[in-house]
Design a protein around this ligand. Structure first.
Ligand code: TTP
Ligand code: MG
Length: 348
């Protein structure tokens, strides 16, 4: 029995904009729109959703429903960076992580021993850390498989954690509207209506051949999904190219001394994370990242093959000298050399 967590950040692009400009928090906000070529919203915050706005809505319709909506252009570079930060948090709990997009991922925590191995507590910890360390909120689904975990993360958005224990699976799918099943689009929904089917529980009454007759190859999958069954593994990402850890301080730090203390903690964490890596690696370079109180950031790196405190201290000093502002975030990381088959032989 697997323990799968699906995490999906709440109104992701809009959440990042609200984080960086808190004045937007209680106002209707949409991303995309005028600036995007297709003239549709990428997403909008939950205030805007109360007016009926949603992703992929044409701008003119959004403005008709909510004339006061604030339209902002997307800042993909920032979203990618935030996404990486969220993924770095996941990596503390498992190395079986399958990102589906910038703001969502499956995490297989079957082997995680943190929080007593209790998947619900791990999900709570992850969501709390995303809020505290990244400054946005996420929702989580906890279940014995990917299908149920994904449906669950959407169940109580925003900031909701929904748990479907193995015991609850049967009752959960009985009342699960079929339109919530991934893959059931408008044409499948039309068929469902013709067959008088509303819930996954209704679908269970149909024998496999009838499902195949009505839904083609998707029929067999539906047969499993409506019973809450899904055997798919969490597929981990390709080759890892880098590893980093960072921390956002409760109060911005002004003194190099204080940063150096924080650096030692981070290096310990980095070393532990490296030691826990299952795949072989060769370090190519070391990097220090600083984010200042105005959110500007700088990185300083050096081609060097080990995690060495003196090297990181020197990188920190050079990065710190680049600004007179206090520091809100410190990060340390290493990048890996691609491993040739020949080198790999030696490592194994
Ligand atoms: P979603 O997770 O689908 O949406 P969301 O995070 O904005 O809101 P929710 O709280 O419901 O999860 O998508 C993640 C991001 O992907 C979203 O912030 C913007 C982008 N996106 C688009 O650009 N176009 C789209 O049609 C959708 C659905 C998302
Ligand atoms: Mg989302």
């Amino acid at each position: 029995m697997r323990k799968i967590i699906h995490i999906d950040c709440d109104c992701f692009y809009a959440a990042v904009e609200m984080r960086d400009n808190p004045e937007l928090v209680n106002k209707p906000l949409a991303i995309g729109g005028r600036s995007s070529r297709r003239g549709v919203l990428s997403t909008c915050n939950y205030v805007a959703r109360q007016f009926g706005l949603h992703s992929a809505m044409p701008v003119h319709e959004a403005l008709r429903l909510c004339p006061d909506v604030i339209l902002m252009p997307a800042r993909f570079d920032v979203y990618r960076e935030v996404s990486q930060h969220v993924r770095d948090i996941f990596a503390d709990y498992s190395d079986k992580i399958e990102p589906l997009s910038l703001d969502e991922a499956f995490i297989d925590v079957s082997d995680c021993t943190l929080h007593g191995g209790v998947a619900t507590d791990i999900a709570k910890a992850i969501c709390k850390r995303i809020e505290q360390e990244v400054g946005i909120t996420a929702s989580a689904g906890v279940a014995p498989n990917k299908f149920l975990a994904k449906v669950a993360s959407d169940w109580q958005k925003p900031s909701g954690i929904t748990v479907i224990t193995p015991k609850r699976v049967e009752a959960f799918v009985a009342q699960l509207p079929v339109k919530k099943i991934p893959g059931v689009g408008p044409s499948a929904m039309k068929k469902m209506q013709q067959l008088n089917i509303t819930y996954a529980g209704d679908l269970q009454q149909l024998p496999l051949p009838l499902l195949q007759q009505n839904f083609g190859v998707f029929g067999e999958r539906l047969y499993q999904l409506c019973r809450g069954q899904d055997n798919r593994e969490v597929k981990t990402e390709r080759v890892r190219k880098s590893l980093s850890v960072e921390t956002t301080f409760e109060y911005d730090l002004r003194l190099l001394d204080d940063l150096q203390k924080a650096l030692q903690d981070l290096l310990e964490k980095l070393t532990a994370r490296l030691a826990a890596l299952k795949e072989p690696y060769v370090i190519n370079s070391c990097q220090v990242k600083l984010k200042f109180s105005d959110f500007s950031q700088t990185t300083k790196s050096l081609v060097f093959g080990h995690v060495n405190a003196d090297v990181f201290t020197s990188l920190l000093q050079q990065a710190f000298a680049r600004s007179s502002l206090p520091v809100r975030l410190l990060g340390v990381g290493v990048s890996f050399k691609p491993i040739e088959p020949f080198t790999q032989l030696h490592l194994f």
